[in-house]
Design a protein. Structure first.
Length: 372
């Protein structure tokens, strides 16, 4: 990838760097919060805000916490659950005025919650009914997002990943895609190293798995290769402190993570991660995928090697399943969850995926994970 900007001026003037057609209007800004609120007022929108509660202590986000139609989501406690979606939908519907846009502000989990609320406002069943692919759903409220963490790609994808009563699976529907995303790399300055590192790890995994996928489009692979270049560069330079050049490149890599996901699909590491996540409510998605990749050297040898290198360079301890209460008793449940990720196994192995992604193989992966 050539001519990668190192500052905000270069970022704001950069021509679109993604190839895959995306459904979202991407607005680059150095005053993200102000630009978002100005745009909402200019378009005479009546927004309902879903905001990560951790942002309360950062002055730049103060104007958001003065909003009257506001739901605070504690993204540090758990990824969004289908029950959270039902709760927020009920709150929005009970208000005396209707809201024509749901605005998600935070990391990938908070944006996914807002995306799910937006579409579920127009669909009568509980959110867990809509987990899956190809379901007939009506368009709900518009969805706008302001990411405060770079790397998830959630700011442009038509997917809202949720923990359900039986599975972790997204609402996968075109109406789940944000119509507007305001991107301000400077808003990530308050992110702690742990979150910045593991979110960039997930960004790397998205690109790596899509690049290796048997089902990705040519444009998606090209976007993934550029995203891989950016995310590897940041992770090998170290993420100890906030740097604007890395923040800009992280924002670019995140957009590419979203665009490559639209035209491609992740694979085995994400399939294994879903089983881990379902067994540990406090296990962040990005950490779950890291644990998964470390046990898939037989499929992804260079991805596994890169993961070890990134952990070492950044002085991060190797995460283990037992750190989150996952043990041998969870292997059966995790195996069942991962077996259900058929599209991801097909992405990884192609048409012969049923011969490779067997119950025996998947169980063996989890047994390796819990024994470490």
């Amino acid at each position: 990838m050539k001519n990668v900007p190192a500052d905000m001026e270069g970022f704001l003037s950069l021509q679109p760097w993604w190839r895959t057609e995306v459904p979202t209007e991407i607005i680059r800004s150095r005053e993200g919060v102000g630009e978002l609120l100005h745009r909402l007022e200019k378009e005479k929108k009546n927004p309902f805000f879903v905001v990560d509660s951790v942002l309360r202590n950062q002055p730049v986000f103060a104007p958001l916490f003065g909003q009257e139609a506001l739901y605070l989501f504690d993204a540090s406690a758990s990824e969004p659950k289908t029950g959270d979606v039902d709760t927020v939908v009920s709150i929005v519907k009970s208000r005396t005025t209707s809201h024509d846009v749901v605005v998600g502000i935070g990391g990938g989990g908070t944006m996914d919650l807002a995306k799910a609320v937006g579409i579920c406002l127009a669909n009568p069943e509980p959110a867990h009914v809509y987990q899956g692919y190809g379901l007939d759903m009506k368009k709900g409220a518009d969805i706008w997002v302001l990411p405060t963490l770079s790397g998830t790609g959630a700011e442009i994808t038509p997917i809202a990943v949720l923990r359900g009563p039986e599975k972790k699976l997204g609402i996968n529907n075109p109406y789940t895609a944000p119509s507007v995303a305001v991107i301000d790399p400077g808003l990530t300055s308050g992110v702690r190293k742990y979150n910045r590192f593991f979110t960039l790890m997930d960004c790397y995994f998205h690109h790596y798995e899509i690049m290796k996928s048997a089902t990705s489009s040519g444009d998606a692979v090209s976007d993934a290769l550029d995203g891989l270049f950016l995310s590897k560069g940041i992770l090998t330079s170290g993420v100890e402190e906030f740097r604007m050049d890395n923040a800009v490149r992280s924002a670019m890599a995140s957009i590419l993570g979203g665009s490559s996901t639209i035209g491609g699909r992740v694979g085995a590491a994400h399939a294994i991660s879903y089983g881990l996540s379902n067994s540990a409510p406090t296990l962040p998605h990005s950490v779950a995928v890291t644990i998964a990749m470390l046990s898939l050297g037989d499929i992804y040898p260079d991805g596994c090697e890169d993961t070890i290198t990134f952990l070492r360079i950044n002085g991060m301890e190797t995460p283990k399943a037992r750190d989150f209460g996952i043990g041998a008793d969870d292997v059966g449940k995790m195996t069942k969850t991962a077996l259900g990720m058929e599209k991801l196994w097909q992405s990884c192995f192609g048409d012969s995926w049923k011969e490779r992604a067997t119950e025996e193989y998947i169980r063996g992966v989890y047994e390796r994970i819990v024994s470490r």
